[in-house]
Write a protein that binds this ligand. Structure first.
Ligand code: PA5
Length: 420
């Protein structure tokens, strides 16, 4: 079970201050169920882990089995909330089936060509994901990959295209209907960055071989556990702490982990909190770091630079693999004091030592701790952060479910591109 450790918050945040936030957090939590609250049309993700469409889920599992049987590569086309959750899960649990490549999440000719080269003359399928059905980056990538698929498979290409999009609107939905592509629905009430537990995340994750029923079971457990309405709820504690620290002048939340495979989970968190809270001139800036790697790059700033940081550390005790440190006859590297100890022990000491050092340096930390990482735990983790983000946005006083600022660059880009 996920645990939240708060002992590295003091003296910035005390238990009494957390308790005093209970009324505000309760009101914000209730807004997720209030049809007149800002963004109320986009709270379908709150009940999704228990109320999801079982028939659609079975179709996702069937499609995943089909792709695993007939493809060496699955190309996933999407950007933002339409790819980050799946990519995060697939970095934590690498595919044991087809290679899974992500495109359409940049405008890089090099990156796109690299994936075009990877699928040449191999058996492959295409999963295009876009809720609006018209986002420029994935639309261009989809056109390129669809044409390649059609050159390779002719009329059979349509059987290898899986479209995940709105149930009625958008260019992608129209194309899918016209060409008979198998389609999956992103529910109206679920916005991109809250969509990892829909077909957006579930299809690629299932193709990779992860048990998506367990993922949903973990999220459903989190939905039940984190619905409690008091300060013993870890979601409430997290929301209260990060808002108190923001009010005290902290400006950056650094999401840290101790496994390189969790780097993309940090990217998912950055989008979730950045797009949900960064508006109306408010919000913690979400950043991410991989420890201990980044202790040798960002570590100096974290310890000694401007005091604007708080840390949210994801720590998993058992990562499923360990290595004993061997004894050496000559001990030329002076490491025999660690001989026989597992590498995870050194990592744990680095984690504890870093927390202590950063605390002394004025960086308060929250620790989200899991005994192990499996599909069930990942489902809990996704839901923990989604719920925290939805409630926290309301405590901050913004609409957590829109993203008006994302349009600004598009308008300028379209003007330069001369879009009709
Ligand atoms: O969270 C969001 O809504 C956005 O990040 C979208 O996911 C992203 O812009 C992609 O949009 P779409 O799925 O419509 O292509």
């Amino acid at each position: 079970m996920l645990k939240l450790e708060l002992d590295k918050l003091s003296p910035d945040v005390t238990q009494a201050q957390l308790s005093a936030m209970a009324g505000e957090v309760a009101a914000a939590h209730q807004k997720l169920y209030d049809p007149s609250a800002p963004g109320a049309d986009f709270t379908g993700w709150v009940r999704l882990p228990q109320g999801y469409d079982r028939q659609e889920f079975a179709r996702i599992q069937q499609a995943a089995a089909q792709i695993r049987a007939d493809s060496d590569v699955l190309v996933v086309v999407g950007i933002g909330g339409s790819y980050l959750g799946a990519r995060a899960a697939l970095e934590i649990f690498p595919s044991d089936g087809p290679e899974i490549c992500f495109v359409g999440c940049s405008l890089s000719p090099n990156e796109t060509q690299r994936v075009l080269d990877r699928v040449q003359d191999r058996r492959w399928s295409l999963n295009v994901i876009s809720k609006s059905g018209g986002t420029t980056e994935p639309a261009i990538a989809f056109r390129l990959f669809r044409q390649l698929l059609e050159r390779q498979y002719g009329s059979q290409a349509n059987r290898r295209i899986y479209a995940t999009t709105d149930q009625a609107r958008g260019a992608l939905k129209a194309l899918a209907d016209h060409n008979g592509w198998q389609s999956f629905v992103i529910p109206d009430a679920v916005g991109g960055r809250f969509s990892v537990l829909t077909a957006v995340g579930l299809l690629p994750i299932a193709v990779g071989g992860t048990d998506i029923a367990q993922l949903m079971a973990g999220a459903a457990q989190a939905m039940a556990d984190f619905d409690r309405r008091d300060m013993d709820n870890p979601v409430w504690q997290y929301v209260a702490a990060r808002n108190l620290l923001y009010r005290q002048g902290k400006r950056v939340e650094l999401f840290c982990s101790y496994e390189p495979a969790y780097a993309c989970f940090g990217e998912w968190l950055k989008q979730l909190f950045g797009e949900s809270e960064g508006k109306d001139g408010k919000g913690l800036f979400p950043a991410s770091a991989q420890f201990t790697t980044d202790l040798h790059s960002l570590g100096q700033y974290i310890q000694d630079g401007e005091r604007l940081l708080l840390e949210t550390v994801l720590y998993v005790d058992d990562t499923g693999c360990d290595l004993p440190i061997p004894h050496s006859e000559d001990d030329g590297d002076n490491l025999n004091y660690l001989a026989g100890k597992p590498l995870s022990f050194v990592r744990e000491m680095a984690f504890q030592g870093t927390l202590n050092a950063h605390r002394e340096g004025g960086v308060p930390a929250l620790v989200v701790r899991l005994p192990r990482m499996d599909a069930h735990a990942l489902g809990q983790l996704f839901y923990f952060f989604e719920l925290s983000c939805g409630i926290s946005g309301h405590v901050l006083g913004v609409n957590p479910f829109n993203q008006p600022g994302v349009e600004a660059y598009k308008k300028k880009m379209f003007a330069l591109l001369g879009r009709p």
